[in-house]
Design a binder for this molecule. Sequence first.
Ligand SMILES: C[S@@+](CC[C@H](N)C(=O)[O-])C[C@H]1O[C@@H](n2cnc3c(N)ncnc32)[C@H](O)[C@@H]1O
Length: 313
Amino acid sequence: MDAQPAPAAVTGVVRSAARALRSAGVDSALAEAQLICAHVLGVDRSALPLADGLDPAEVAEVGRIVAARARDRTPLQYLLGRATSGRLDLAVGPGVFIPRPETELLVENALAALPAPGEGPGPIVVDLCAGSGTLALEIAHARPDAYVHAVELHGPALEWLRRNAGERAAAGDTPVEVHAADATDPALLPDLRGRVAAVVANPPYIPQTDDLPADVLGHEPATALFGGADGLVVITPLVHVAAGLLAPGGHLAVEHDDATGAAVAAVVCAQGGFGNVDQHTDLAGRPRFVTATRRAETDDDEVDQTVRKGITR
Ligand SMILES: C[S@@+](CC[C@H](N)C(=O)[O-])C[C@H]1O[C@@H](n2cnc3c(N)ncnc32)[C@H](O)[C@@H]1O
């Protein structure tokens, strides 16, 4: 009987994967090499030093993923099939936007704005432009008493959204209701009009450009990225839809391009139904999302709608 070859040492496989990724121009080559090896071994990246080694099939699988990443910059998350999203691990692949860490502060902001658990019936939350479902699913995870709705228009993204909603519900989270619908449709979710505690949105908002990394431009769906020439083509009607859905006192949080904070705040002010319009930065200190409070119709003449001058986090 042939002797089994000794497992290849993890450090050597990581090093050679990192070398290949670096020479293909990948920025975080070592971190990616570690993530790939951890994925193939089925362990957390932090547990890699404890792993025995990789057998030949595992080494070949690492090579296959590295080659795919190096060849055309397919995003690592698509190749691994998963993305970390706040406290959750979501399924992703071609056709869906990969959740970004900068969105996490928006989730925290929205959670902080919800009425505390036990204060009346569970709050209704709507995620417009849900993609993989990161915002909706994080909120449902953190607030089991909430009724969370996720709206997504595009077929491939909807498939990932439904898959993630199913996975999270099977893991014990409160189920999120998925709607295949247009977040800019004034007739959206008629049964929820005037009843929603928070509308959250990370819509397509990049002003049209070719100047994006190859990982993004060549792979993530344009329908998830671009918001027309000024980045506001989806945001502007979406803010009107949010005003119709929110209850008086309800909270709006909309992510935007780092160049359009003031323009988005102006759109929210101009809508007419909101007060307390605030601009917020992300973890890197860049303008990233706008929040506002839905006014009662009768407040119209009483509330000053000027955008607060300070940028808060
Ligand atoms: C930037 S991605 C954000 C996805 C997710 N919310 C996140 O933060 O990872 C924008 C998402 O909006 C969806 N979308 C674009 N236009 C839409 C519309 N009019 N109505 C609903 N969804 C839309 C895209 O398909 C994409 O999934």
